[in-house]
Design a protein around this ligand. Structure first.
Ligand code: ADP
Ligand code: ZN
Ligand code: ZN
Length: 739
């Protein structure tokens, strides 16, 4: 038996593993993640390393392989746990150990700590004044400028000196050498919450909240660690429950990780945690530089933090004495990684919790089918919060049938009821949100004569028409001028269906010319911070109406919003995906939850072509249980998750023949060795070509996740033994999106 060892955990060197023989007395004892001492280099000096893999085959001449000396017994560093977690992820989600390690271990890079540099005078004031006069006489303007500034402010930040005063590094160096100035360098952490000011914290939990806190805390104090599902309607105060549990854990010296979908990680959310935990909280988000990220991990490791908040990747914060992992909005699709390893943060959190002796709390108003199913079977303990913390009334919900609207002569995208409620709100100076369910919506251009749809020349998808008249591919970024004639029949009757947010904005402005309208979608939020800017503008009541896609559903709490309109609620039902109904129900419920967050009650209008669909009826009644029962029956009938497990095998290649050959070989292996599994395919992917790469899929279903893992291992073995040119294969367990 052999072990792969990494000597130094740093990102650049993760690829560099060294193989060692496992001595017989360590057989069965040595596990992935353990720290060991090994002879290293020509002089065989003893070094400490981590076991990252255990195999039966020697990678090179077995006689030359050195032997592991011993296991480091004393302390178990947090890295050991994270490496063991990486091994679990590789086994359960596929990919290589190296890819898994890069996901879980903090990125260490050259730029370790940012230095805060300040420039100050090293000579007395009279001396400096003399020197200033002399420099002026010599027309050394840069030096004179710096001396003048230092005479006014004895210490100046290095950045100011360079950028504002325009002093070059060589001038600074020469003045430093002449002992005229001193440059002080202090290491400091880049603290992403440093600019915030703390407010007082004065919330007292209500009875329902308190009962949940007491029950979970009682388990915690008794050393019982498990997974909880906190199912609480929107605005019921789940975040307050999390914060109270975190505070109690912190008093016991235990740390917590809070996962939030990136899009909901707004200033408002961060502020609430900061008010409660001050410097003991930090955040991770995609706009931090690698150096800033690394600093936050270092602070966590050094015991300077009680709480880390962030999206999916914050799950790997190197906290030593972990108490809670909290996943807010646990039903969100963004908790599933779309790059290898394609892990789900929920399952991975449960595994990390198990390893660390920590509890996991899943929170949502509309729990995923997976979590509800587990709760129903007693694998997860469920708590409910039934009332809103502040206003205590959920919004009134109307469903408007768009077919009936058309029949009665209303051709507008806004139903009559929505129009009249909007009028009322504008008069009362209350705010309105219009939500466009954009999933599955194309905005494509087609020929009215022959029906030809204008497609991307590199991908198997239609191009989308933008306001500036260009056609864009949302898969590869291809862009072209608007075509004026059909490429097939030459007809000039060619047009676009631009029922996107832009179109709605135009229509709303026409119908309500005096209303102030903001729009938030993919196009208006591409700039850094623009997302936050639009939301704060709306929060500050700089607009009456906010129009947007699913982006506007999360995050901010707008007290003045009393009307939410959901235009074309059923667009997401049309997509070819077994999660379509679940997603629609969740989106509608969350969107409706935006109304009436303040003192005044809210109303919601759901516009649809399918008013009888169970997802829409359940959303109208805010009937989670009703939806869950019906959806579970469908999943059971079709053998879909959460009742069964589904493995997607995605094959892509620049050469179509290779993609076909590879997918056929995988299919043959499955049909031969796994007769107990249901194999579907191989077939062309729903989008069969992207960026000139051909895509094919296989689906495998089984009630037993472990069988799918076995099949994956066998397929990985086959892929190691055979090569198909320019072909890649990815495994996706219980995928969130099709391929
Ligand atoms: P959720 O996370 O369930 O959507 P939040 O925790 O965001 O709910 O709470 C909704 C609003 O109610 C927030 O503004 C919060 O500050 C407030 N709130 C929550 N619990 C209480 C309470 N016990 N007393 C007063 N206000 C509360
Ligand atoms: Zn045509
Ligand atoms: Zn394209």
């Amino acid at each position: 038996m052999y072990a792969d060892i990494i000597i130094d955990i740093s990102h650049e060197k993760l690829d560099k593993t060294f193989q060692y023989r496992i001595p017989e007395d360590l057989f069965g004892r040595l596990t992935i993640g353990m720290q060991v001492r090994v002879p290293f280099g020509g002089a065989n000096t003893l070094r400490t390393g981590y076991v990252v893999d255990i195999t039966e085959e020697a990678n090179f001449d077995a006689a030359k392989i050195k032997e592991i000396r011993e296991i480091v017994e004393q302390s178990v560093p947090i890295e050991s746990q994270l490496i063991a977690l990486a091994a679990w992820m590789r086994r359960n989600y596929g990919g290589t150990m190296n890819q898994a390690l890069k996901t879980v271990l903090p990125v260490k890079n050259k730029e370790r700590l940012r230095q805060k540099r300040t420039v100050e005078l090293a000579i007395g004031v009279p001396e400096a004044k003399n020197l200033l006069a002399e420099q002026r006489r010599l027309h050394h303007t840069a030096r004179a400028r710096l001396l003048e500034a230092l005479l006014q402010h004895p210490q100046i930040d290095d950045a100011v000196v360079r950028q504002k005063l325009n002093i070059t590094a060589s001038v600074l160096r020469s003045l430093e050498e002449q002992c005229v100035i001193r440059i002080r360098a202090e290491s400091c952490y880049r603290d992403p919450v440093a600019h915030l000011t703390r407010k007082d914290y004065d919330i007292v939990l209500n009875g329902e909240q308190q009962a949940v806190v007491d029950a979970i805390d009682a388990d915690f104090q008794a050393g019982i660690f498990q997974t909880y599902l906190l199912q609480g309607v929107t605005g019921s105060g789940k975040t307050e429950v999390y914060m109270e549990l975190i505070a109690r854990a912190a008093r016991n010296g235990r740390t917590s990780i809070v996962l939030i979908p990136e899009i909901a990680l707004t200033f408002q959310t961060v502020m609430r945690f900061y008010s409660r935990f001050g410097e003991r909280v930090s955040i991770l988000h995609s706009r931090l530089s690698p150096g800033e990220r690394y600093d936050q991990f270092l602070r966590a490791k050094n015991g300077e933090l009680d709480v880390m908040i962030g999206p999916r990747s914050a799950l790997f914060t190197p906290f030593d004495r972990l108490g809670y992992i909290i996943i807010d909005e646990e039903h969100e699709g963004s908790y599933k990684s779309e790059t290898v390893p394609r892990y789900h943060a929920r399952e991975t959190a449960m595994e990390r919790g198990r390893m660390a002796g920590a509890s996991v709390i899943l929170g949502s108003a509309t729990p995923s089918m997976e979590s509800s199913y587990r709760a129903a079977r007693g694998m997860v303990r469920r708590f409910y919060l039934t009332g809103r913390a502040k206003s205590n009334s959920l919004p009134v919900c109307y469903v408007e049938d768009l077919r009936a609207e058309l029949k009665s002569g209303n051709r507008s995208i806004l139903s009559r009821r929505l129009q009249s409620l909007m009028e009322e709100r504008l008069l009362r100076r209350e705010q309105i949100m219009l939500f466009l369910n954009r999933r599955g919506m194309a905005g494509f251009v087609s020929c009215r004569e022959c029906g030809e749809v204008i497609k991307c020349p590199h991908c198997d998808v239609s191009l989308s028409l933008h306001r500036d008249g260009t056609l864009k591919c949302h898969y590869c970024g291809y862009e072209t001028e608007k075509v004026s004639a059909c490429p097939v029949c030459g007809s000039r009757y060619i047009g676009g269906f631009r029922a996107g947010t832009q179109k709605i904005e135009e229509l709303v402005k026409k119908r309500f010319p005096d209303a102030r309208v903001l729009r938030m979608d993919y196009d208006t939020t591409r700039r850094k911070d623009s997302y936050e800017q639009i939301l704060s503008a709306f929060a500050n009541e700089e607009a009456d109406i906010l129009i947007g896609t699913q982006m506007i559903v999360k995050g901010h709490d707008f007290a003045k919003v009393t009307l939410v309109g959901i235009l074309a609620a059923d667009l997401s039902l049309g997509v070819n995906d077994y999660r379509a109904a679940e997603r629609t129900f969740q989106l509608l419920t969350q969107a409706a939850g935006r109304a009436g967050r303040g003192e005044r009650p809210g109303e919601v209008v759901i516009q649809t072509y399918q008013p009888q669909h169970y997802a829409i009826e359940a959303a109208k009644k805010q009937d989670y249980e009703g939806f869950y029962d019906q959806e579970l029956a469908y999943r059971r009938l079709m053998c879909y998750p959460p009742v069964w497990n589904l493995l997607l095998i995605a094959v892509s290649s620049e050469q179509e023949a290779q993609a076909i050959a590879c997918s056929e070989a995988l299919g043959a292996l499955l049909n031969e060795r796994y007769t107990d599994l249901a194999v579907i395919g191989p077939a062309k992917a729903a989008v069969a070509r992207v960026n000139d790469v051909y895509r094919r899929v296989l689906y495998v279903k089984s009630a037993d996740y472990g069988r799918l893992v076995c099949a994956k291992d066998d397929m990985e073995q086959l892929l190691r033994e055979n090569t198909w040119q320019k072909t890649g294969v990815q495994f996706d367990f219980n995928p969130m999106n099709g391929f």
